[in-house]
Design a protein around this ligand. Structure first.
Ligand SMILES: *Cc1c(COP(=O)(O)O)cnc(C)c1O
Length: 439
């Protein structure tokens, strides 16, 4: 039965099962037998479990909750908790703001804004979004390795990455004549789906008005290249003071779109809106929108919005608590100099985890037992000291860096940056733990 169900390992605990251990003769299922829970806790090398689904089952008297606690001890520490139900809620909220038939591309660049591309892309595939967008080819290749079959647009492909693009069915964005020419050269008649990005005022990547004649001529001569979409990007969709500029960008986009499509007699998808645009400029939806940070429950505009639910919480733990006397110093460079007695906690996160050194010396606050407390001294590579004077907490307790009760907007503002940077800075060594109930 174990073999049939694809179980790869059996850990059996208890005197009865232990008795039968010599009769368990499966080559497919790795097995180990322990007389007591105690013995199992002692002898199992817990560090070996990796990317596995573990079913724990047994009568109360075996106290298997001790095993659960032991397994969790490995996860706990510094981790980013991602609530996939809230993510699905945010996706549906954005969809509810779209006119019927408008498609959704979700941007999952930069490790899905730090949240873990594989799991996020899986959720998006389950919810049938129309497109995924990534910045670079390798990000798309990773998604394909994880069985993501949705169409994927790559915003910034390089010539060197063309072979990988093709073998992984990734769709490059063409933003210059040079890039189109080298693609033509590379393809030698093979077919390829592409996207055209028009420069309308962001001044980042994009085809200039003056490039269009030549682009049209090249595409006419190379019918193996088909244009799935034409898009542009707004520079100030998040702020009303740029609304006139956004409108000018939109009109410039429409002119470019008309010129290309009339000449080639095609009708590719049109898109220009990011998350802020979806919230603030619904008239510019056209055929598709590109949802980014909004999926993670962060509202990038200054308008209030109580519909979005923050998805990510970055947590760490207190490694040690110590009492400090006035006059003693804390950390490197002795930059923490409390002027009265202090209870100090060392927490298991530093700048190598993405907790910026700019949070040093009181600039940053973290949340302990529901209270905001300041960073003392300089943030170290893997650890940080905080002032917990007067707060009743213990070693091993959780500390929230951002997320639940600690809005990422506030955290970002404290070091003059934006939530995008805080989210994507969280290093990949920080474990992502995913929660999902209903999806
Ligand atoms: C990142 C990106 C988006 C998504 O932006 P958000 O502000 O996160 O919604 C959309 N379009 C392009 C071209 C992007 O680079």
């Amino acid at each position: 039965m174990l073999v049939r169900s694809g179980v790869q390992q059996l850990i059996a605990i208890g005197p009865v099962l232990h008795e039968y251990r010599t009769q368990f003769l499966s080559k497919e299922v790795k097995s180990s037998f322990y007389k007591t829970t105690e013995e199992a806790l002692d002898k199992i090398s817990w560090e070996e479990f990796n990317r596995e689904v573990i079913l724990i089952k047994g009568a109360r008297l075996f106290q298997f909750e001790r095993i659960v606690a032991r397994l969790q001890r490995r996860i706990h520490g510094t981790r980013m908790e991602i609530d996939l139900d809230k993510m699905a809620h945010n996706l549906n909220y954005f969809k509810s703001r779209l006119n019927p038939g408008v498609k959704v591309m979700v941007m999952v660049k930069a490790f899905a804004y730090g949240s873990g591309s594989e799991e996020v892309a899986n959720l998006l595939q389950y919810h049938r979004v129309d497109y995924l967008g990534v910045a670079y080819t390798d990000e798309g290749v990773d998604l394909r390795k994880n069985q993501i079959s949705l169409p994927i647009m790559v915003m910034n492909p390089t010539e060197e990455s063309f072979p990988l693009l093709l073998t992984n069915r990734l769709e490059p964005t063409l933003y210059s004549i040079g890039l189109l020419k080298s693609l033509i050269e590379f393809l030698q008649g093979q077919s390829c789906i592409v996207h055209l990005e028009l420069e309308t005022g962001m001044h980042r990547l994009g085809l200039e008005k003056d490039d269009l004649e030549e682009i049209i001529a090249l595409l006419k001569a190379n019918p193996n290249i088909s244009v799935a979409s034409i898009f542009s990007h707004l520079a100030g969709a998040d702020e009303s003071k740029h609304d006139t500029y956004s409108q000018v960008q939109f009109e410039s986009f429409q002119n470019g779109y008309k010129k290309i499509t009339a000449a080639l007699r095609i009708q590719p998808i049109r898109h220009i809106l990011n998350s802020s645009g979806i919230l603030r400029l619904p008239n510019l939806q056209m055929d598709m929108v590109r949802l980014g940070i909004g999926l993670y429950g962060v509202n990038p505009t200054s308008d209030s919005n109580d519909q979005l639910q923050p998805v990510a919480t970055l947590k760490t733990v207190i490694s040690q608590i110590k009492k400090l006397k006035a006059g003693q110093s804390v950390g490197y460079g002795r930059r923490g100099q409390p002027d009265s007695d202090m209870t100090l906690a060392t927490i298991a996160i530093g700048y190598a985890d993405g907790f910026s050194r700019s949070f040093s010396r009181g600039a940053g606050r973290v949340m302990v037992a529901g209270k905001r407390v300041p960073v003392v001294g300089n943030v170290c590579m893997d650890m940080t000291m905080i002032d917990i004077t007067g707060i009743n907490v213990h070693e091993g307790d959780d500390v929230i860096i951002f997320g639940e009760g600690m809005p990422i907007q506030e955290v970002a503002a404290s070091i003059n940056t934006i939530p995008y940077e805080i989210l994507t800075n969280t290093s990949e060594r920080v474990k992502r733990v995913f929660f999902a109930g209903s999806y």
